[in-house]
Design a protein. Sequence first.
Length: 329
Amino acid sequence: MSPTSRAGKTKFQIDLRRHLREHYINENLTHLICEIAEASKYIIHSISTGDLGVAGTSNLYGEQQLALDVLADRILRKRLDHSRVVANMMSEEMDEIIPVSPDCGGKYSVAFDPLDGSSLVDVNLAVGTIVSIFEGCDLLQSGRNQVAAVYILYGPRTTLVYSVGKGVHEFGMNMLREYTLLQENITLKPQGNLYSPGGQRNLYTPGVEAFVTKLEERGVKLRYSGGFVPDINQILLKGQGVFFYPHLQNLPEGKLRLLFELNPMAYLIEQAGGAASDGRRPILDLQPQQIHERSPVFIGCKKDVALAEEYISQLEDGKGDVVEKKAKT
Ligand code: AFP
């Protein structure tokens, strides 16, 4: 939609549905993203009023499911199930893909983490919902094939960030519980001055240890909340920084899940001009072999991610000395 068509409107009056329509997004995809936004309103309610206890069940990873995990999962699944535009869906809380419609035409398949960081709710830290969207029925595709990614951050304010491949845009929930535009076309600088290091430092491998030491020598500030959504949101909205949950000596595949956490966030960060790598290749180029696959991740400013890859390449894959100038390209 041309800027003049926004004549007389402030950006805060541009709601999510209008923004999607301005970008001529397919009606079904617009409806799907708006349904995800609607579901978040019920998740917010469950966070502020729900039982913080355990649900007495565990997910495929053997992690205790909190009552909130199960509740948030049910809310999102119900919304997607009734949306009429979903073919298959897969939740981090479930063991297998949930078929919704055998007809793939014009429909989407969705992988989501309904409440990422849920263990932080009982200490009142920010948590989020992460959603990855593919066209058609196949969820075991490389992240490069996603057509959209969305996250909702339940923090001091509730915000929603999405991309359909035409930039990254942020919305805030207003008093009427509508999402209205806060920022458009969010971009990252080539290099940052904050880092978000996951995992235990004493278990870092030589390349990762050298990478972190280099960041610290550069005077980069440590910002880590234990929640992937707030930590990535901070990097996006500050326009700089690098998050990593690397391969560890005792955990070569790292901790974070490829389909539910890494693919959607890598899609958004690349759309914002950043990079996301498993330490050796782009996250979005990884071909998942099974739905609950994990991967190491270095995500954020391009030069910082490239520097991590250089140290890992030189010190772990035996490719000579660290030639930092290459990381500056
Ligand atoms: P939970 O969903 O089990 O709280 O894990 C959150 C998470 O998957 C991701 O949001 C964080 O970045 C990462 O784990 C934090 O892991 P550590 O607690 O090991 O730092």
